[in-house]
Design a protein around this ligand. Structure first.
Ligand SMILES: *Cc1c(COP(=O)(O)O)cnc(C)c1O
Length: 378
C-alpha cells in the first residue's frame, strides 16, 4: 500500500483540476491581455477564476492578485508595504515559514527595517496582550501566519487583525496552510497569502488578497498586469486550476480530515513515550499531526516508513534537508531529544481510514524496532 501523508509539503493535483486546466494549454492558449477573440477567451477564463476565488474568500473581484507562489505573495506584501507607509517596523512571530522569516531578515539587512518577534507559548499561540504592547508608533505591519505548516497551530487571525486595526497597523497573514482547511474571515485582514499546490491545485500559482485602496510597491514591473502590481503574462491554465481546486472544496472535507487526524493522533498517543506537538482540537489544522517519540529518531522513522510505502516528513520540507533543529519545535520549547524524535504527518481530503489503519500498523512495528536498537526502556 502507498500512503502519502506529506500534504503540508505539497498535494496531488485533483484529476478534476487537471481536466479543467488542459484546454488552456492547447486550444485555448491565448494571451489574456490580447484584444482578439483568442485572447478574450483566455481573459474570460481568468475573470471567471478570479470571481470563484473572490467569492470563496468573501472579497471583491479586484482584491485578488495572482502570483507564482505563496512565497512570492509573502514577498510582495512584506517588501511592498513601503508603497503604503514610511514606517519601518514589522512585527512577526518566531514560527513563521521561511518565506516570511528570510524576507524579514533581508529587509532588516538591506533596507534597515526593525523586525520584532512575538514569542509563542508551548502550543504555538502568540500572546495577544504581548502583541498589543509590542505595537509602536513606528509599526508598519504585523505578519502572523494562520495555520502553522509544522505543528498545525491556528492562531486567531480575527482577533490579531482587530488589535492591529485598533492601532492603525496593517495586518498580513500567511494562510497557505489554512486555505480550504479552516474558516477564514477577512474582516480585519489587509493582506492574505495562499498557494494552489497546497489545495490540490498546480504548483507555481499563488495569490494574495489585497484590501481595496492599499497600494503596494510592485516588485516586478512590466506590462502592468494585476493593476501594475505584478506584471507578467498570465498563467491562465494555472489560475484556472487554482480556482477549480478551491471550488472542489465543499467544507465537508474539514470534518473528515479532522476525524482521521484525531484517529491518527489518539492511536499514536496510546503508544507509550509519545507526545503531541502543538494544540489539539479546533485550534489545530484539520490535517496536521506532529508527534515526538522517545527512543526513536524522526529521520529513521521516516526512512522505515518510506520503505513501507509511507511518505511523511521530519520537520518541514524546507528544513528537513538540514540537520538544524526545526525553529518551530524549538520555539514551543521542545527538548533536543523531543525534536529529534519528531515527525509530521499531514493528511489530505483524499486520505482514507484504510490508509490511516495501515500507517498505524506499520508505525507501531517501526517504533518497536527502533526502540530495540536504541535500547529505550521507557
Ligand atoms: C508552502 C508554504 C509556503 C510557500 O508556498 P509556495 O507556493 O510553495 O511558495 C508559505 N507559507 C506556508 C505556511 C507554507 O506552508
Amino acid at each position: 500500500m502507498k500512503v502519502y501523508l506529506d500534504n503540508a509539503a505539497t498535494t496531488m493535483v485533483d484529476s478534476k483540476v487537471v481536466s479543467k486546466m488542459m484546454p488552456y494549454f492547447s486550444e485555448k492558449y491565448g494571451n489574456a491581455s490580447s484584444v482578439h477573440s483568442k485572447g478574450q477567451e483566455a481573459k474570460m477564463a481568468l475573470d471567471d477564476s478570479r470571481k470563484v476565488i473572490a467569492k470563496f474568500l468573501g472579497c471583491k473581484f479586484d482584491e485578488v492578485v495572482f502570483t507564482a507562489s505563496g512565497t512570492e505573495s509573502n514577498n510582495m506584501v512584506l517588501r511592498g508595504i513601503k508603497g503604503i507607509t514610511n514606517k519601518k517596523e514589522i512585527i512577526t512571530t518566531n514560527i513563521e515559514h521561511p518565506a516570511i522569516l528570510e524576507t524579514c531578515a533581508d529587509l532588516a539587512k538591506s533596507e534597515g527595517y526593525k523586525i520584532k518577534f512575538l514569542k509563542v507559548d508551548n502550543k504555538g499561540f502568540i500572546d495577544l496582550k504581548e502583541l498589543e504592547k509590542m505595537i509602536s508608533n513606528e509599526t508598519a505591519l504585523v505578519s502572523v501566519m494562520h495555520g502553522n505548516n509544522e505543528i498545525g497551530v491556528l492562531n486567531d487571525i480575527s482577533k490579531i487583525g482587530e488589535i492591529c486595526h485598533k492601532h492603525n497597523v496593517l495586518f498580513h497573514t500567511d494562510a497557505v496552510q489554512s486555505l480550504c482547511k479552516a474558516n477564514i474571515d477577512l474582516k480585519n485582514i489587509d493582506f492574505l497569502s495562499a498557494s494552489a499546490h497546497k489545495v490540490h491545485g498546480p504548483k507555481g500559482v499563488g495569490l494574495f488578497y489585497l484590501r481595496k485602496g492599499l497600494k503596494l510597491k510592485p516588485l516586478i514591473t512590466g506590462g502592468g498586469h494585476e493593476h501594475g502590481l505584478r506584471s507578467g503574462t498570465y498563467n491562465v491554465a494555472g489560475i484556472v486550476g487554482f480556482a477549480e481546486a478551491v471550488k472542489l472544496f465543499s467544507g465537508s472535507e474539514i470534518k473528515n480530515m479532522t476525524r482521521l487526524r484525531d484517529k491518527l493522533i489518539d492511536n499514536i498517543l496510546k503508544i507509550k513515550g509519545t507526545r503531541l506537538n502543538g494544540a489539539s482540537g479546533e485550534k489545530r489544522l484539520c490535517n496536521n499531526v506532529n508527534v515526538s517519540f522517545e527512543g526513536a529518531e524522526g529521520e529513521a522513522i521516516g526512512a522505515y516508513l518510506d520503505s513501507n510505502g509511507i511518505c511523511i516528513s521530519t520537520g518541514s520540507a524546507c528544513s528537513s534537508h538540514s540537520l538544524k533543529p526545526s525553529h518551530v519545535l524549538e520555539a514551543i520549547g521542545l527538548k533536543h531529544e523531543e525534536m529529534n524524535g519528531s515527525v509530521r504527518m499531514s493528511l489530505s481530503k483524499f486520505t482514507t481510514d484504510e490508509e490511516i489503519d495501515y500507517v498505524l500498523n506499520v508505525l507501531a512495528g517501526v517504533i518497536e524496532k527502533l526502540r530495540k536498537i536504541s535500547g529505550w526502556k521507557g
